[in-house]
Design a protein around this ligand. Structure first.
Ligand code: ELE
Length: 209
């Protein structure tokens, strides 16, 4: 089992992936993986999401496949059973915190305020997603948090782009950023794996690791 702290060091960006089928998930994930992005967060926002997680975990055994939008204990269990090695949530409740700990499911809970960060810390989480990063205070917020809670490490997500990522990654309390910018859908509603590969390559070249 790889812990969240380690997972956050494996790539400069964790792509947030809103797939619509397992077939799409495998083709697009392969383009990300082949171009250097090994950590993949597949959101549980589509009926096919669990199937996508299983299919990608099987097709790319060396990728680190996680589940996003893990809102409830039930979803955490289903994601883990499907093969996700970590989970991400946009926020955190006590019920969810207890459940992921009981499951032994590595977890990156979302916070957007100081009080939420302090609460998550009390519950034992020191690696946190800062969401929605751009609207909740961005880089200045994280700098302020770093001065009072220096033991917390963040993955800012929400409105982050390749252009804004370096400013986040330059902070001492940011290990990685998250974002959906790597997998845009075209006018036809499809994600073009070749275009994704180029975006992944550019992100790795620009953001490092
Ligand atoms: O699904 C979740 O668990 C979320 O918390 C939301 C995602 O992380 C954001 O949708 C990504 O933000 P963008 O890069 O601005 O698209």
């Amino acid at each position: 089992m790889t812990d969240i702290k380690t997972i956050m060091t494996l790539a400069p960006v964790i792509p947030v992936l809103n797939y619509k089928s397992a077939e799409e998930a495998v083709a697009v994930s392969k383009a990300l993986y082949d171009n250097g992005l090994k950590v993949l967060e597949i959101t549980l926002r589509h009926p096919s999401a669990l199937e996508s997680i299983s299919a990608v975990a099987k097709a790319l055994p060396d990728a680190v496949v996680g589940a996003g939008t893990v809102l409830t204990p039930e979803l955490a269990k289903q994601a883990k059973d499907a093969g996700a090695v970590f989970g991400v949530s946009p926020g955190l409740t006590e019920t969810l915190a207890d459940a992921v700990k009981a499951l032994g499911f590595d977890f990156l809970p979302g916070v957007a305020t100081l009080s939420e960060a302090m609460q998550a810390r009390e519950w034992g989480f020191s690696e946190l997603k800062f969401f929605p990063a751009e609207v909740a205070g961005g880089v200045p917020f994280l700098k302020a948090v770093g001065s009072v809670l220096p033991d917390l490490t963040f993955c800012p997500t929400g409105g982050v782009t390749e252009a804004s990522a370096p400013t986040y990654l330059a902070l001492d309390n940011v290990a990685v950023v998250g974002g959906s910018w790597l997998t845009p859908r075209g006018q036809d509603g499809k994600i073009d794996p070749a275009a994704v590969g180029a975006l992944a390559k550019s992100a790795v070249a620009k953001l490092g690791r």
